[in-house]
Design a binder for this molecule. Structure first.
Ligand code: ATP
Length: 238
């Protein structure tokens, strides 16, 4: 099986600071692959590079059989790679419905778009109830739902989620994690970056631990969940 996403020896630098120091991993169709690691490990930098927002300093990215490294960000979305960024970045003055529509900006199939908006409302009923309100009035967790809903509006082959549970109450977090599991069940392939290692590893088919720009450990979600070093470093055990 060829991987949907193949990252080989990827390096990314901010000026002289090398934030990603040659990482390699794959994401296969239908999988959830998770990147965990402490603050500053290079997880967000990796996702931003995959979406074309940063240029790699070295290595290759192959998505759906095509090299991505020199493709501009807007083209990458049209190839089927969507990114729900850290900190959400929704448009606070636009309504919830308008925010969702923006996620479909590359599509012209009006009926399909309407269907997918309805699907987002089914997935997150609060968005449907408040569809005509400014998105800035939503709580943090609800904005996270909107960001996920919006990223799904491009019907991505690969959905990248950066810290979807950040700042959420335990209940909201559970809801977001359940939604990620549902998305996988309906065939969406997901690359997930999470601080909440317990929840993320429980969902992940494959997972990688990043430390200062490198992948230091890889395995299935279950393997890492039961790995002693991981438990000590990320799951708060002595
Ligand atoms: P977090 O979970 O805290 O977001 P992360 O694993 O996503 O961490 P990155 O945000 O990718 O880590 O940061 C990796 C490294 O790159 C850090 O040392 C960070 O300080 C540095 N860095 C990130 N953005 C910039 C920037 N715009 N300019 C310079 N250095 C940066």
């Amino acid at each position: 099986m060829t991987a949907l996403l193949e990252v080989k020896d990827l390096k990314v630098a901010y000026g002289k600071i090398e934030a990603v120091k040659g990482i390699s991993f794959e994401v296969n169709q239908g999988e959830i692959v998770c990147l965990v690691g402490t603050n500053g490990a290079g997880k967000t930098t990796t996702l931003r590079t995959l979406s074309g927002l940063l240029k790699p300093a070295g290595g290759t990215i192959t998505f759906d059989g095509k090299p991505l490294a020199q493709v501009p960000a807007h083209k990458i979305v049209s190839l089927g790679l969507a990114h729900s960024p850290e900190g959400r970045h929704i448009f606070p003055r636009l309504t919830i419905a308008e925010n969702l529509q923006l996620g479909a900006f590359l599509r012209t199939d009006k009926e399909g778009i309407e269907k997918d908006v309805e699907r987002a409302y089914e997935m997150f009923p609060i968005l449907g109830e408040r569809r005509k309100q400014a998105a800035g009035t939503l709580s943090g967790g609800e904005q996270q739902m909107l960001a996920m809903g919006r990223a799904l509006m491009s019907r991505p082959k690969l959905l990248m989620l950066d810290e979807p549970s950040m700042g959420l109450s335990p209940l909201m977090m559970q809801k977001i994690m359940a939604t990620i599991a549902e998305l996988k069940a309906t065939g969406t392939t997901i690359l997930l970056v999470e601080q909440n290692a317990q929840a993320a590893l429980s969902l992940a088919d494959q997972a990688h631990v990043m430390e200062i720009g490198k992948i230091v450990l890889s395995g299935t979600g279950q393997e890492l969940l039961h790995n002693e070093d991981v438990r000590k470093a990320y799951l708060g055990e002595d």
